[in-house]
Design a protein. Structure first.
Length: 383
């Protein structure tokens, strides 16, 4: 995985190259960003550049043994840790990342490193309720691996994907290594939700914030797929919101059904909120609670988008919006109820619900509170 293989992120790639060339390599780094922004492949490209013996033109050579092995996630000095789990797991059974390396490498190769946690869990066939985890036993394995000398490269690298999946015991064990690292040992944490990490881990890592991909970059990618339809390419790129995975789903039409379901759920919530129908709102919350965690998060993100679009319509700046069809028709009528007085608390309520769902809060309780809170805000402005 060379920097040249990373989509967009030109400024950040140059920064990483300069830091390595100047010898400024922090022993513990935290790459943060959306899966579709490229945090994971960027981290791998960084390790490959660091270990390459024939760097040139601001990139790894991609040809030496170190480059080839790191690109395949098979270098003896590159250790990988990621959330794992299994259907039908026995009580007390210890599961370590090493056991699941073949499917992880396969998914990484198939998607060029751009895949979501849910896509990994789907590959593990975890179903709707199980999620991956990083246990204390895994932390013990990390300590054991890093206690050995490196085989070939100058650095031993421990790359932990989704460190927020660590339980507290595992996180505390990792913390001890971060406080007193071995010489020539590099920790790379790649997080989608860094706010779920222990503050002590955050304070001991150097953050590498991976921004969303530039719209112009995604527009060029979309244009390659849709052909001679620049308006559609532009709209798809804007809708993707800097997320390559979202763009891929939009191009494949895979988001159409989900987008439709989220819109129906949003429309029902707003109509019930406007009507102040508390019993129906509780029934709505129970329906939302039946979705998978990923579907719940997707709905909340879509709800935030539709509220912001409604606010822009209310403010008279529809020309910068992304709506069409039924969404545009509904939000145009709904716009008078979303203004400067409630848009911020509404979005804050969504963010609070997102955080609670991400932390495995009871979805029935979360969505009941969310629906009733939204109802009060919509009702107040409507009056």
């Amino acid at each position: 995985m060379r920097f040249a293989d990373i989509i967009g992120q030109e400024e950040l790639k140059r920064h990483l190259v300069r830091s390595v060339d100047a010898g400024r390599v922090s022993h513990a780094q935290l790459f943060t960003g959306l899966p579709g922004a490229g945090a994971l492949p960027l981290a791998v490209a960084y390790v490959q550049y660091l270990c390459c013996r024939h760097r040139r033109d601001g990139d790894s050579c991609g040809e030496c043994p170190d480059c080839r092995q790191i690109s395949a996630l098979a270098h003896p000095d590159l250790h990988l840790v990621f959330p794992v789990n299994r259907q039908g797991k026995k009580s007390g059974e210890a599961m370590l990342s090493d056991e699941f390396l073949p499917p992880f490498r396969a998914l990484f190769a198939e998607r060029d490193g751009y895949f979501s946690p849910q896509e990994w869990y789907d590959r593990l066939d975890l179903g709707k309720t199980l999620k991956g985890m990083i246990t204390a036993r895994e932390a013990d394995a990390i300590i054991r691996k890093l206690s050995f000398k490196s085989f070939e490269a100058d650095y031993k690298t421990m790359l932990v994907w989704l460190p927020e999946a660590m339980n507290e015991e595992a996180a505390n064990k990792i913390l001890k290594i971060l406080e007193e690292p071995w010489e020539r040992t590099l920790f790379i944490l790649v997080s989608v939700q860094p706010d779920l990490l222990l503050p002590t881990i955050l304070s001991r890592t150097q953050e590498v914030a991976v921004p969303r991909i530039g719209t112009e970059v995604l527009e060029r990618l979309a244009a390659e797929k849709v052909g001679d339809d620049p308006l559609r390419a532009r709209n798809l790129a804007r809708l993707a919101g800097g997320d390559l995975l979202t763009l891929q789903h939009l191009l494949a039409g895979e988001n159409d059904a989900l987008r439709r379901e989220n819109f129906e759920l949003f429309r029902a919530l707003m109509r019930l909120s406007y009507g102040d129908k508390h019993l129906e709102l509780i029934a709505w919350a129970e329906e939302a609670a039946q979705l998978t965690r990923e579907q719940q998060r997707a709905f909340l993100r879509d709800a935030a988008r539709l509220l912001r679009e409604s606010f822009m319509l209310h403010a008279g700046i529809a020309e910068v919006g992304y709506l069409w069809g039924e969404e545009l028709a509904f939000c145009s009528n709904f716009a008078p109820f979303v203004g400067a007085g409630n848009i911020e608390p509404l979005v804050e309520e969504i963010e609070r619900a997102l955080a609670q769902i991400s932390q495995n809060g009871n979805p029935t309780i979360v969505f009941t509170h969310f629906a009733l809170s939204v109802s009060k805000m919509i009702k107040r402005l409507g009056q």
